[in-house]
Design a protein around this ligand. Sequence first.
Ligand code: FAD
Length: 300
Amino acid sequence: MAAIRFSDRMRERMTLSFEVFPPKTEAGWKKLPGVIDDLVSFHPDYISCTYGAGGSNVGMNEAVLQLIGKKVTACTHFTCIAARKESVREQLSRYLEEGIEHVLALRGDYPRGWSETGGEFDHASDLVHFIREEFGDRFEIAVAAAPGGHVECRSEDEDISFLRLKQDLGADYIITQLCYDLEQFKVWREKLDKAGITIPIDVGIMPVTTKHGVMTQCFSHNACAVPRDLALVLTHHWFDKDPDGNEIPEVKAAFREEGLNYSADLLNRYLKLGIHGIHLYALNRSSDVREVLERSGFHV
Ligand code: FAD
């Protein structure tokens, strides 16, 4: 059994975790150990690392996990994209040998132009099933879920029934897709209760720092609802270019300032709901994480 089980911990107290990704540049790699040290200074329960389409960045994902694992428990994301049973078996065995016992089992975002996984697993539920069959309880398994429904789902109820399937097949806890609309989250959580979904929910929060970032995160893959208070942040700083098309640094800075306050407030509003965990999408920017945690008064 995984030595640490965050799902058990979450039932006793709230957890804090962060998400990072394998840098795409040399400069990013140089900075990464410092970023991880900064994140570790906030005493997270775990730090997870994303996984690229079809394992395209698998070596880099492992390098990041090794860096994390020296300081705090590491959790790897793992997707169905182009995944075959044999390769999954091999790769997950390697993770175990490297001491990684926590996996976020995902279908994965389809690479551009794809409309299926191109492997032997169609859905995250298939992966959860396979991991449990092959490895018993050696991994603790997290799964993703989108409050309000995944962008491709035919109905929210059907989406929730697939989440229930992931639980039934052995998922230990949920990490949510970004959700800025707390009313939507509350309604969704009630529906999960009614559907008999009892595993803990780790709430994913994406700090709001740039207009482009918010727009990309909300709309590129997710169709994430933008409530009035977030819309106001966008509107207040919408005109961020001069007539020649050059960025206006003061507007960018003002957006970041209001966005960080918004994010800290969002975190506090989630805390008031009584949730199992906060999973901050750190995006390798520990300064944003520091600002959000400090402004929210979260026990750092
Ligand atoms: P699934 O659970 O497979 O659901 C996908 C769709 O299929 C949904 O509409 C669902 O209703 C439906 N469905 C589910 N199960 C079944 C079934 N058995 N039969 C029929 N239909 C079904 N992507 C990456 O590529 N790499 C990452 O590192 C990564 N990290 C992420 C981290 C977090 C915290 C989150 C929330 C998402 C992350 N993603 C990542 C994105 C994720 O891969 C996408 O949201 C993807 O579109 C769906 O993944 P899923 O695991 O929820 O898929």
